[in-house]
Design a protein around this ligand. Structure first.
Ligand code: DGL
Length: 277
């Protein structure tokens, strides 16, 4: 049982800035809780790294969040959810913290995707790592076995966003190229999951290359609603989440650099602290 005034934030982890798009929606949905965000900027991006590396980095960050009072950690990173979540849940948690929980962003999205498609054909856009892990295919199959899923890896999108190159012709070229590649492989697609934390920032640009009837699903609001529902269904976890309305930020890189770029993703000023791992 939680002691009064104890700091037990909900941990939100990402490889860098992207998870802030998810945190923003979670805080809107659950403003009464405490949150501790950790961005592993010093080792980002994770998108093209191996399973072993993503797993090792993610586990290290999860352990750090546990040491800082978190009982529940959300992997707000698709690549980490795709490559590390299952092993952490099945192999590590029972050993290191049996009463604690780690959740990802893929499941809440795949649970509802079927309700958004009339044609029965959906698309998934993500990093190379997320796409080649096949995690979306496996998870969607569990909930909607008849749904036809086409994936497209967009390795240039994260660097374009992080390097502030969005208003250049080069960005348009790469956005159009991947959307056209996805839609020409399967023209019947009528719902697309933005399966990467960064993509909500280019939703308007993606939209330009799609017909209006194709739905685009950003994960922030879906994950936030899923988390609210999870806390409701799991009072034994919820009672270990403190409620003092604080949001704190940690980065493994320079806080000044983090704070500058973070506001673009979070929508308001951010003041982070450095964490050395
Ligand atoms: N956060 C990552 C994701 O959602 C994108 C950035 C990276 O590659 O590290 O997949």
């Amino acid at each position: 049982m939680k002691e009064k005034d104890q700091y037990q934030p909900i941990g939100v982890f990402d490889s860098g800035f992207g998870g802030l798009t998810v945190l923003k929606e979670i805080v809107k949905e659950l403003p009464e809780y405490d949150f501790l965000y950790l961005g592993d900027n010093a080792r980002a991006p994770y998108g093209s790294r191996s399973f072993e590396t993503v797993y090792e980095y993610t586990l290290q960050c999860v352990k750090h969040l546990f040491e800082n009072g978190c009982h529940l950690v959300i992997l707000a990173c698709n690549t980490a959810s795709a490559k590390a979540l299952r092993t952490i849940q099945q192999k590590d948690l029972p050993k290191i913290a049996p009463g604690k929980r780690v959740l990802g962003v893929i499941r809440p999205t795949t649970e509802i995707i079927g309700a958004h498609s009339k044609s029965g054909y959906v698309g998934v856009l993500g990093t190379q790592g997320t796409v080649s892990s096949g995690s979306y295919l496996v998870e969607i199959e569990k909930f909607f076995p008849d749904l036809n899923v086409t994936q497209e890896a967009c390795p240039m999108w994260v660097p374009l966003i992080e390097n502030n190159e969005l208003d250049n012709e080069g960005a348009e070229y790469f956005i159009k190229r991947h959307i056209n590649a996805l839609m020409s492989r399967e023209p019947k697609i009528d719902a697309i999951i933005l399966g990467c934390t960064h993509y909500p920032l280019i939703e308007n640009k993606i939209r330009k290359y799609l017909s209006p009837e194709v739905k685009l699903l950003s994960q922030g609001t879906i994950v936030a609603k899923g988390l609210k529902d999870y806390l409701h269904r799991h009072p034994e976890i919820e009672e270990n989440c403190s409620k003092n309305k604080t949001v704190n930020f940690l980065t493994t890189d320079l806080p000044e650099t983090f704070d500058k770029a973070a506001s673009l993703f979070y929508g308001q000023p951010v003041k982070s602290k450095h964490l050395s791992l």
